[in-house]
Design a protein around this ligand. Structure first.
Ligand SMILES: C[S@@+](CC[C@H](N)C(=O)[O-])C[C@H]1O[C@@H](n2cnc3c(N)ncnc32)[C@H](O)[C@@H]1O
Length: 228
């Protein structure tokens, strides 16, 4: 995949253009007092439970359920997101859970982020991104390339993402198609760099639409470990 290719997507033809990403996501979060469930993503829990805690960087942490779960497991977490509204909720969530001392939240546009300003000289023991997708412009591939550089020796990269979206909702059909976990590992050049692929799977999930309709979508999970 080309470095400048974005996995996300102009507004569908005929609809009004979307606002810039920060405004879009602040508006999205303001639509309700809590957008997500507050529970951590099941695939994050499945892949990280049992790992020895260390430092973690979460890209696109949203309202903070995953960052708080990581902190409760003993990880020292930095969460980054473009939405100040989401980060305020993430901070409140961390404080309620009594783990605010283990959670650092950074408002940043990941399109402009680089691993060298990620807050550590040595890299993180875990860099993760759960559902880092956006209907507005998001150079996801370039961001994940930088995520690879932010992993410490012997550390891990975890990417959980959609393989597709249900036919309802605001996400247009991704063009180019979203990569499978194996394709993502290849795009990131992990094997050539001596990384060990620990998990590369597509997990089916049944989702319900606003009118009770059902669809099976797949979530991709890639967990890879950097060599020494
Ligand atoms: C689909 S949500 C997923 C949130 C969370 N990871 C989860 O699984 O619940 C995508 C998140 O990415 C954030 N995001 C989108 N574009 C971004 C960008 N350019 N820089 C930083 N964060 C961004 C959004 O604000 C949102 O919180």
């Amino acid at each position: 995949m080309q470095e400048n290719q974005s996995h996300q997507h102009a507004a569908p033809e005929g609809s009004a253009p979307l606002p810039p990403p920060d405004q879009f996501w602040d508006g999205f979060y303001r639509e309700s007092t809590q957008v997500w469930s507050g529970n951590p993503n099941a695939l994050l829990v499945r892949e990280v439970e049992g790992l020895k805690p260390g430092t973690a960087l979460e890209l696109g942490c949203g309202e903070g359920a995953d960052a708080v779960w990581l902190a409760k497991q003993g990880w020292d977490v930095t969460g980054m997101d473009i939405s100040a509204v989401a980060l305020e909720r993430a901070f409140a969530h961390a404080r309620e859970a009594g783990v605010e001392n283990l959670v650092t939240l950074v408002e940043a546009d990941l399109a402009d982020w680089s691993a060298t300003d990620s807050g550590t000289d040595h890299g993180y023991d875990l860099v993760c991104a759960q559902f880092l997708h956006s209907p507005t412009d998001l150079p996801r591939n370039a961001i994940l390339q930088r995520a690879v550089s932010a992993v410490a020796p012997r550390g891990r990269l975890l990417v959980v993402g959609h393989q597709g979206f249900p036919p309802w909702g605001r996400h247009p059909v991704p063009d180019p198609a979203l990569p499978t976990a194996e394709e993502l590992a290849a795009e990131l050049g992990l094997a050539e760099r001596g990384w060990i692929i620990e998990t590369a799977e597509a997990i089916p999930r049944t989702v319900q639409g606003p009118e009770g309709q059902e669809a099976v979508i797949h979530d991709n999970v890639l967990l890879a470990r950097r060599g020494a």
